[in-house]
Design a protein around this ligand. Structure first.
Ligand code: 5GP
Ligand code: MN
Length: 339
């Protein structure tokens, strides 16, 4: 997609006018935030602050430990822990950004309601399918490697490459790296790598970022992974495999947010498997993380059966059933879908 298609000239002119004077801005991202959610949010946070705006940044729930090193993360307002503060800031905000999601319900029921009711001007930056139409402006491209890449485009369109500081660069690098499986998915184009190369040129340490994200595992996490991998269930006829983790198992391994990150990709790597699921039992719902190889769309699967969505080859969803019933329902749904 050319830059003109991504941000048409009239939109860019309106955005430049909008941001010409100091604004009160709130940045928001989706539940269970990942490297791209936090990376894109904090990159934009640093940029907008550098332009003289009054910026707050919020997440629905706490971020995983492996993202806590990120520059600016101490500024994050966690909605589930500080609803009052979030409401005050939202009420006071002139502009609200939605980053790495395109339906308010991705922020959870309560936060979603508040965002829908807010009359701040809404801007969305995102790369998921089937966006809602709540926003006045959007920077949206399903082919983009990550929302962080789109934030790079946004900043460069408004202020040029010189506005990309090292802090911004580290956040963007993190988003691109985590959403492309460390630069290996199809979405990682030559353009993505050129952006990444630019980031290295301004001093971003890709080697260290990789270490912070992937090489700081608690022993509990490694043990949980061992358990999970030993308990992969294969559905050979459907070329499907899954792991199901009950509340009890998660408790046994002292589960922390982010501990199951990457597991579903291991499931997909099993020979003969084109559809992979990680099923986890949460407080009052069952979460699904889905991956596919080839043409099978887990986005469509999740929309149809699991109240979710995402991308063609990576999606998520949730169901409200008791754990064993949920597993049966998921197996039956996949059997029906691949028939
Ligand atoms: P993950 O499995 O890594 O949590 O998510 C895979 C992809 O699907 C991500 O791009 C994520 O944003 C999206 N996704 C995860 N859960 C949901 C969901 O409940 N609804 C929608 N629409 N997208 C989801
Ligand atoms: Mn993303």
């Amino acid at each position: 997609m050319s830059n003109q298609d991504l941000i048409p000239t009239e939109t860019l002119d309106s955005l430049k006018t909008l941001f010409a004077s100091s604004k009160k801005i709130l940045l928001t991202t989706h539940k269970s935030p990942d490297g791209d959610a936090i990376g894109s949010s904090l990159a934009l946070f640093h940029y907008l602050k550098s332009q003289g705006h009054n910026v707050s940044v919020s997440v629905p729930d706490p971020l995983p430990g492996f993202l806590k090193w990120m520059p600016g993360s101490e500024n994050l307002i966690v909605f589930s822990k500080n609803k009052k503060k979030f409401k005050e800031i939202l009420n006071d905000s002139e502009i609200v950004f939605s980053l790495d999601y395109n339906h308010f319900n991705r922020t959870g029921e309560e936060m979603s309601k508040l965002l829908s009711e807010s009359d701040a001007l809404k801007i969305m930056i995102d790369h998921h399918q089937s966006p809602d139409d709540f926003m006045k402006y959007r920077v949206w491209d399903v082919m983009a490697s990550s929302t962080a890449q789109l934030v790079w485009e946004f900043i460069v369109a408004l202020s040029g490459k010189t506005a990309i500081s090292k802090n911004i660069g580290e956040c963007i690098y993190t988003g691109i790296m985590t959403d492309t499986g460390s630069f290996r998915f199809k979405s990682c184009t030559s353009h993505t790598l050129r952006i990444t190369a630019d980031l290295l040129d301004i001093g971003v340490r890709g080697d260290l970022i990789h270490q912070y994200i992937y090489d700081q595992n608690s022993l509990n996490r490694i043990h949980l992974m061992g358990y999970a991998l030993e308990n992969i269930v294969l559905m050979p006829e459907q070329r499907t495999a899954y792991i199901a983790l009950s509340k009890e198992v998660l408790k046994k391994f002292n589960y922390k947010p982010g501990d199951t990150e990457g597991l579903v990709n291991k499931v997909l790597s099993v020979e003969g498997v084109d559809i992979a699921a990680l099923i986890t039992e949460k407080e009052n719902q069952i979460r699904l993380s889905l991956r596919s190889a080839g043409d099978f769309s887990v986005n469509k699967l999740s929309r149809k059966y699991f109240n979710g969505g995402g991308h063609e080859n990576a999606a998520g969803g949730m169901i409200k059933l008791e754990f064993t019933k949920a597993i049966k329902y998921i197996e039956d749904s996949i059997k029906e879908a691949v028939k």
